[in-house]
Design a protein around this ligand. Structure first.
Ligand SMILES: C[S@@+](CC[C@H](N)C(=O)[O-])C[C@H]1O[C@@H](n2cnc3c(N)ncnc32)[C@H](O)[C@@H]1O
Length: 268
């Protein structure tokens, strides 16, 4: 039996239930792409084989076009099975871990990045996962399912779980050394609200802290928001080969505070 500490002080008892599973992202979209693609392919092939004239040509065209949603849907399945673990390992591998970091995973879902980060922490380190648990964004998306994964991976002493909105984080300024988020910000409707979430990331980062934000769309706009807020953008590029699906990552750093002796040395 294991326990998971929740932010409000309650403790959940969980029996380790084997290996954690982190779910399939956007299950409705994934099913729609697979069903639409497969349906189009079957119809198209049937028309191409059985019909003649323009109907046959239309069937060939339909079969070719249906390949696009089918491949996208299949890539989402592959991502859920192996791509997201590969992307997690890549993202966490970018940090030079000391072990005592305070880490925040925004839109943690079933804890993919949260649990991965917690495993890299030692004494003094703590990983916090926040989410609002939207069913349409992830299969079996719930605090209970996350607590189960935390128990299964035996990281309960290193994590705090909290229901909170990315647009208004319940933490003081400069609380975290590392802020992580994967496939979350695009789910927030409207550019203004997305920018509010990005501003919150900047606010809660400590000076010298790192933000790693993964998305299925190009992250250049997020990089621009971070630059305007004074962060140094270390990179913003695609990671298709790692995730095996549409994936972009922006990696940004908040400038460290200059100490008084350093100021004197630099004559600032
Ligand atoms: C596609 S899932 C990804 C979950 C997890 N990061 C992963 O990679 O497995 C997106 C997550 O973002 C969460 N989310 C969406 N809008 C949010 C918001 N405004 N604040 C916090 N979490 C949000 C959803 O509930 C969901 O768990």
């Amino acid at each position: 039996m294991s326990t998971t500490r929740l932010h409000n002080g309650t403790v959940k008892m969980k029996t380790p239930s084997g290996k954690a599973h982190y779910g399939f992202d956007a299950p409705g979209v994934m099913r729609g792409l697979l069903a639409g693609g497969l349906g189009g392919l079957v119809l198209g092939i049937a028309a191409a084989l059985l019909a003649t004239g323009w109907l046959r040509a239309a069937g060939v065209g339909l079969a070719a076009v249906a390949g696009v949603p089918l491949i996208l849907g299949l890539s989402m399945v592959v991502y859920g099975l192996i791509g997201k673990q590969r992307m997690r390992d890549h993202m966490l591998g970018l940090i030079d871990w000391r072990g005592d970091e305070r880490v925040l995973d925004i839109g943690t879902g079933r804890g993919l990045l949260l649990i991965g980060a917690a495993k890299r922490l030692g004494r003094g380190g703590q990983a916090t996962g926040i989410d609002i648990w939207r069913a349409e964004d992830l299969t079996d998306n719930s605090l209970d399912r996350l607590a189960e994964n935390v128990g299964a991976e035996r990281v309960e002493n290193a994590v705090t779980l909290l229901t909170a909105d990315a647009r208004k984080l319940p933490f003081p300024d400069a609380s975290f050394d590392v802020v992580l988020s994967l496939y979350c910000i695009h789910n927030i409707e409207g550019r203004a609200d997305q920018d509010a979430a990005l501003a919150e990331i900047v606010r809660v980062l400590k000076p010298g802290g790192r933000a790693l934000i993964g998305e299925w769309l190009p992250t250049h706009r997020y990089a621009g928001v971070f630059r305007t807020a004074g962060l140094t953008v270390r990179g913003s590029r695609t990671h298709f080969a790692t995730a095996l699906t549409l994936m972009w990552l922006v990696d940004a750093e908040k400038p460290a505070l200059i100490t008084q002796p350093e100021r004197k040395r630099a004559h600032v």
